[in-house]
Design a protein around this ligand. Sequence first.
Ligand code: RNT
Ligand code: ZN
Length: 422
Amino acid sequence: MPSRASIEEAHSLAAERYATLGVDTAAAIECLASVPISLNCWQGDDVTGFEKTQAALGGGLAVTGNYPGKARTPDELRSDLQEAYSLIPGKHRLNLHASYGEFQGYVERDRIGPEHFQGWMDWGKEQGIALDFNPTYFSHEKAADGFTLAHHDAGVRKFWIDHGIACRKIGAAMGAAQGSPCVTNFWVPDGYKDTPVSRRQPRERLAESLDAIFAQHFDPRYNLDAVEGKLFGLGSESYVVGSHEFYLGYAISRGKLLCLDTGHFHPTETVSDKISSVLMYLPELLLHVSRGVRWDSDHVVTLSDELQAIAQELVRGDYLGRVHIGLDFFDATINRVAAWVIGTRSTLKALLLALLEPTDQLRELELAGDFTGRLALLEELKTLPFGAVWDHYCAQANVPVGMDWFQDLRAYEQDVQSLRKK
Ligand code: RNT
Ligand code: ZN
């Protein structure tokens, strides 16, 4: 375990090195500490949730793996989350799905209310963790044919519209209780496996259903609505009703947040390049930071080139105040608490790397047409002593430095998770 003195010594040498490029490491850390990341509850139990019927995972989502020790109850999930938060520097949020309510018996999804999330709200208050929310439009018999809000049957649509209405009320209740807006994100799986004849009509129905859900006005200090598109899913390979263009247009015309999920585009398309285009026309954006491998596979986020490119866009474009950062992955082949810690720490590392960039200097080179200088400096930045600044931030935030977090995780696995039977 590195001593605090050696961490500080390494940081002061690193700070000197960054200062030669005009970069203030203390300012970078102060900014990083103010950025919350919303941890996705569903990594903790393979998107199972706590409904009494426990339908199989639907919506074209897939979790693989059988790593032992998954959370089976709300208390276990909260315990696992607390362990994860204790290993991540900074103050963060929790992103809940509607299927994670604490229901006594079975409560239909069009009947859920804030009372089913009181336990989460109390816990959030006690832990200082603000909540975000998502209606659950999958893993349900009424979504079994792959259609919900765009269903041709008005009765099915009505059921899902009522679910959306109920979820916004829950989001607003969370926002009011925590004094920070709850981002309520709408993703629906609707689509066709094979080439459809009607592409227009389902999209018209989806827009109509969404308009019905959003008819009630909520104070944006309590609830913010977001909509999430997708290129394709398992079982919706040929057509997804809620495509990127559909939701971009919808969000702009209705004043909603757009959610960009990094796994939801063609593999050669990047979300990093979409941010500055979308924020030309929308005040705020939601990110679902994921890592697609060959398809929307929802791998745990790592410090990849694309993650760094996204963080650079947020910092360079001065967008941190307009972008809500959420995570979206589910991997059951590794320890699920470790998945949260790795994904969140990597996201924070990407942000810190971006905050440690001498952006003004790079921009000057660019404007002067000195692309050689721009490339030279960008490459040089990659080997600056970034790790020393990160370690210093972790130490200062009172969370484990380096691989020390993993020892803590191993102890938690042994003392808590391994005692859970199946
Ligand atoms: C699915 C979407 C959606 C889900 C979560 C569980 O493709 O990414 O965000 O992953 O709602
Ligand atoms: Zn997503």
